[in-house]
Design a protein around this ligand. Structure first.
Ligand code: ZN
Length: 69
């Protein structure tokens, strides 16, 4: 779901990510941070699925919402 733009937004990029397949979990990680071809969610251990996320370019450096260890 998207809201209409209200203010000028920074440019965004589409990143390939992996998101947790569990409905109860919001865990996700960037593709280049995955440790496996089929990573498991660091939060709950559930399998993850390939996904895309649109992020502002400026946030391109913040890797994940979760620390790896
Ligand atoms: Zn999870």
């Amino acid at each position: 779901m998207r809201f209409q733009q209200q203010v000028e937004k920074p440019p965004e990029v589409n990143l390939k990510i992996w998101s947790c397949n569990s409905d109860d979990c919001n865990g996700w990680m960037r593709d280049n941070f995955k440790s496996d071809e089929e990573p498991e969610c660091p939060l709950c251990g559930h399998a993850m699925v390939e996904d895309e996320k649109t992020l502002p370019v400026l946030e391109n450096f913040s890797a994940v919402s979760i620390k790896k260890e």
